[in-house]
Each structure stands twice: as structure tokens, then as C-alpha cells.
Design a protein around this ligand. Sequence first.
Ligand code: FE
Length: 361
Amino acid sequence: MNIVTTTLRRTFLSALLSAALPAALATSLALPAPAAAADDKVLNLYSARHYQTDEALYEEFTKQTGIKVNRIEAGDEALLERLRNEGANSPADVLLLVDAARLWKAQVEGLFQPVKSKVLDERIPAHLRGKDDGQGAEWYGFATRARVIVYNKASVNPDLVRNYEDLARPELKGKVCTRSGAHPYMLSLIGAMTEHLGEQKAEEWAKGVVANFARKPRGGDTDQVRAVATGECQVALSNSYYLVRLMKSDKPADREAMAKVGIVWPNQAGKGTHVNVSGAGVAKNAPHRDAAIKFLEYLASDSAQLYFANGSNEWPAARGVKSTNEALQSLGEFKADDLSVASIGRAQVTAAKIIDRVGWR
Ligand code: FE
């Protein structure tokens, strides 16, 4: 028994030492905190959005608060990679990402901190917020987008595709195209399907969709819409803002493509259309936490909501704010699924397993 105890103790001690040594080294090697750490007149925004119209959005914040916004813009993956590398010394105050699947990923990696705010509580509906363990949500949705079904008007009766479930109908064999199931937009939709149907039924559905493919998944949402317009396939999925972008495009080919496709708001007789968000949260080690919260509260204000949503052709997320985007409004009204984006984000783990098993790549 003594031998066992000693061995245990030794193992424990060496484990403790090997854990403690690199930690001590890391502390002594740690970079100094950014010089502006105590200065709340600056805000470092890491953003996966890049719209020219956002300029006015940030300028207005500076005008109202005197806080200057430093922007780091990059793709979602590049931003996350940068935050991981910067670790505790990251100057990031606010992290802005699109799609619950990506926001959730940043959340489980510990890149956000919870924020309690009366303004955000009042303005942003609870189902459009990230995980909240009682300390406030880790991220908030500031604009919404819908994932819609697009069909070729010349060859498809829209009554065949009223629901996401219909994409698995045998009548659509060889007619469906989608982007890769591994993309966040698809993971979120498939995740929402698993939340509603359960894993087994969602997998059967996914299998049926794959069996209906006109071609191997490739390209982005816009490519699927174009493929439907040319007749390469007959039915596809797209986020709503891509359709608005094509409608507003100054390229005649884009507008001609839009004239050939019809849009269905899926699942109007049931749970409603899958809705996702562009969202933001306060970064885990934000040097300017107060400014970061002020910025999120600003994003939820009426005027900022319109700048933010119009810039990306999305709908404002805050309660009571109506879109002023005419092209977007021309798509009409629809019943949105109110499944929480926190659970949609979480469900992508199951969704990823499903797409592997059914070969939705
Ligand atoms: Fe997109």
C-alpha cells in the first residue's frame, strides 16, 4: 500500500511540476497588455463583416460616445485563428461573426465572455441570443437572415417544395443542388432539423436530400441560385440576403437569373422558416469591456439596427425595428422559426456527424 501511495504521490508531483513549469515560463514571457488598456476611448472590433455602409455605423458610435472604433476585418476562420494565437493578450474587445454555427464555435472555444445588459435584454429577443448560464448571454444576434428554398419557375411546381422536408421527396431525384453540408449555413439548418425531428429522422431526411443531388455539392449559395436559373438543377437552398444582392446587382445576368427563380419560405404551415443571425459578443479578454458593452447596446439601437441590417440585406433583430430595405421587403413577410440560435449552434455537433454518415460533402 505504501508503495502504491508513493508511486501515486510521485506521479502526482511530476504531473504538477510539468504543468506548473510551462505555466510559470509563460507568465514570465507574457507580453505586456496593450498600451491603451485603461483608455476607454478606443474599441477594437474584430469583424467578419465587410460592407462599405458599415463606415457610417461606426462613425455614428464614435460621434455618440467619443469612442474610436479600430476595425480588424477578416474571414471568420482567420479571425478565430488570430484570437486563438493572441490568447489572453488579445486586444480584441468585440467579436462579430455571421451564423450561429460560427458564433457557437467561438463560444465553446472560450472566446467570449457573458454580458448582462438591461438594454440588450429589452431589445434583443431571447431566442436570438447565445448561451446564457445566468451571467448574461455570451453573444447577441443583431440581424437575421432566412434560409429559403429556390426553384426553377419554368420546371418546378412550388407546391412540391413547401418544406425543407420536401427536398428529400423521391420526385426531386436528380434535381437538388446544395453547397457542402459542412458549411456553417448547412450545419445550422441540418442542426435545426435535428432539433425539430430528432437525430434519426433528420438523418433519414439528409440521406434523402443527398439521394436527390443533381451534382456533387460545390460553390456558395449564389452559385446554387445560378445553377437553378440555368437549369443545371431545379431546386436549391440560399440565404435570403444573396437573393437580394442578385436582385440589386448592376449586372444584367444576375437580375435575369433572379427572374427565372421562385422563392419559397419553407415550413409556413408548421414550425416556420429557419432563421439565423449575424451576431457579436464581448471578447474574453477585452481590454475595454465597458466600451465593448456600450458598442453592443449601440448596435441594438433603432438607427444602428437599420445601418447594420441594411448593409448586409438582413432584417433588424431588435424588437420593434422594421426593415427599410425595399428589395428585402419585396420578398414579402413570412413566419420565422423561433428555435433559439443557441440551440442551433449547439446542434451542429450532431449535424456534422449526420453529414459525414450520409456523405453530404
Ligand atoms: Fe454569407
